[in-house]
Design a protein around this ligand. Structure first.
Ligand SMILES: Nc1ncnc2c1ncn2[C@@H]1O[C@H](COP(=O)(O)OP(=O)(O)O)[C@@H](O)[C@H]1O
Ligand SMILES: Cc1cn([C@H]2C[C@H](O)[C@@H](COP(=O)(O)O)O2)c(=O)[nH]c1=O
Length: 174
């Protein structure tokens, strides 16, 4: 969390917009942290997006679009079920570029399955780091949940999670 994934996703989307390409942006409907119908960065930069309940919603909007879609952008992919992989492949085969942003690992330091599968399929992967909220070093690759409750899928921000490096995560666990 806080590593700039959404910022990076929106930067890619902007490149398509500048080039007057047709793009569709999606977010999981459960992510209502900042807005229901925008993808929003933690610096509060926001762009219109279509909230969907599942990956099927992405395909439905894609197929209903009149004209060619040049790029599809999906934020918070870890919240989607693994069938998003089939849909991403299908959309790619139609000739559309697909960009996904999401967490690779949950707060238990385990992979999110959907992200892991998408990583395997991707032509290009960008792994990002945040500043560790404990030691202040720019090497945070994990999220520590302040009150561990067993919920792997749990929308939230700094009230629930902090970005930490591996060393600080291990110390916090003790
Ligand atoms: N611990 C942190 N490390 C880095 N950036 C942070 C941290 N906490 C807050 N931020 C802010 O979060 C922004 C990144 O937001 P965003 O792109 O939405 O990240 P992500 O999608 O990875 O959660 C940074 O530009 C910075 O302003
Ligand atoms: C670690 C972890 C996070 N989540 C949730 C919390 C947020 O709603 C998103 C991550 O958002 P960000 O853009 O990366 O800040 O995912 C979760 O559900 N389970 C987890 O283990």
């Amino acid at each position: 969390m806080y590593s700039g994934k959404t910022t990076e996703l929106l930067n890619f989307a902007e490149i398509y917009e500048i080039g007057r390409k047709n793009i569709l942006l999606f977010k999981p409907r459960i992510d209502e942290r900042y807005s229901k119908e925008h993808i929003v960065t933690h610096k509060l930069f926001k762009v219109d997006a279509i909230p969907v309940n599942s990956a099927d919603g992405i395909l439905a909007h894609y197929e209903n679009f009149k004209g060619k879609v040049d790029g599809v952008f999906v934020d918070e992919v870890h919240f989607f079920e693994t069938n998003i992989c089939t849909i991403v492949r299908q959309i790619t085969q139609y000739g559309t570029d697909v960009y996904c942003a999401g967490l690779d690992m949950n707060y238990l330091w385990e992979p999110f399955e959907t992200t892991a599968l998408l990583l395997a399929m991707a032509d290009e992967v960008i792994k990002k780091k945040a500043v560790c909220e404990i030691c202040g070093e720019y090497k945070a690759t994990l999220s520590f949940k302040k009150k561990s409750n067993g919920n792997i899928f749990d929308v939230g921000g700094k009230e629930k999670y902090i970005a930490v490096c591996k060393e600080c995560y291990s110390k916090l666990q003790k």
